[in-house]
Design a protein around this ligand. Structure first.
Ligand code: NDP
Length: 242
């Protein structure tokens, strides 16, 4: 059995990625923070794809909770390891920098950027020992372009891009790839009605992307066809460049 951990797997893009990876035969470890019912729904969808999974609830900002969950899993699977990690958990707390609170700044960075470190770091040793791993990070066009009202979110996502590129270079010789997907506006709960109205005219394809369209790119990055793709940042944005 091949194991994949998807952070923020309960809803939206994480759910679509979980289902796509289930189709590819992975056993899915579905992480989330609080929404038990939605996580159960993702697990059910994964099972309907003919694979299986389990719920792995922890807050990506809490290293002790992550260690507990991963150590529990490892003790139950002594001969196996998590070979795929999708760092997808993220939130927005938009505000103009002038009015941004320290809490709005820190929370967004803590989940996206510290979450990337907190979850990735404990999985590296086994990937290195096995000389195989796939790490895909879901960022945002905001991390490439910088978006007004999103200094916190742009910083968090840009930070993940930099860290992922550095990590990719560290791991490349061991057949471990690290790549980044930068979605534009995707049809999930995160895309507010106001976003949809304001941004749609600037999207050359004149539509939002679907979570499945992001998941398809993640699936490619896990495939053998992508064995030579690492340190890449791939926009999935219908032509929107920021
Ligand atoms: P959703 O709001 O639909 O889902 C967010 C997911 O992240 C949920 O599963 C949520 O869990 C989980 N999550 C939030 N905080 C934590 C935490 N501290 N620990 C663990 N899990 C957490 O978002 P999307 O699916 O739209 O977004 C997924 C990723 O894609 C994010 O990183 C986002 O920044 C990025 N993105 C999204 C775009 C869009 O237009 N939708 C555009 C560009 C990037 P729970 O259900 O328990 O709350």
């Amino acid at each position: 059995m091949k194991y994949a951990l998807v952070t923020g797997g309960s809803r939206g893009i994480g759910r679509a990625v979980s289902c796509k990876l289930a189709e590819m035969g992975y056993f899915i470890l579905i992480n989330y923070q609080s929404n038990d019912a939605e996580a159960e729904k993702t697990l059910q969808l994964v099972q309907e794809k003919g694979s299986n999974g389990e719920i792995m609830k922890f807050d990506v900002t809490d290293p002790a909770a992550i260690a507990l969950a991963l150590n529990n899993w490892a003790s139950q699977h002594p001969d196996e390891y998590i070979e795929v990690l999708i760092n997808n958990a993220g939130i927005r707390k938009d505000n103009l920098m002038l009015w941004m609170t320290g809490e709005e700044w820190s929370k967004v960075l803590d989940i996206s950027l510290n979450g990337f470190f907190n979850v990735t770091q404990p999985l590296l040793k086994n990937m290195l020992v096995k000389r195989y791993g796939r790490i895909v990070n879901i960022v945002s066009l905001s991390g490439i372009q910088g978006m007004p009202g999103q200094a916190n979110y742009s910083a968090a996502k840009a930070g993940v891009i930099g860290a992922a590129k550095a990590l990719a270079a560290e791991l490349a010789s061991r057949s471990i790839t690290v790549n980044v997907i930068a979605p534009g506006l995707i049809d999930t709960a995160m895309a507010s009605a106001e976003d949809r109205e304001r941004i749609l005219p600037y999207i050359p394809m004149r539509r939002l992307g679907s979570p499945d369209e992001v998941a398809a790119v993640a699936a490619f990055l896990l495939s053998d066809d992508a064995a030579y793709v690492t340190r890449a940042v791939i926009p999935v944005s219908g032509g929107l460049i920021g």
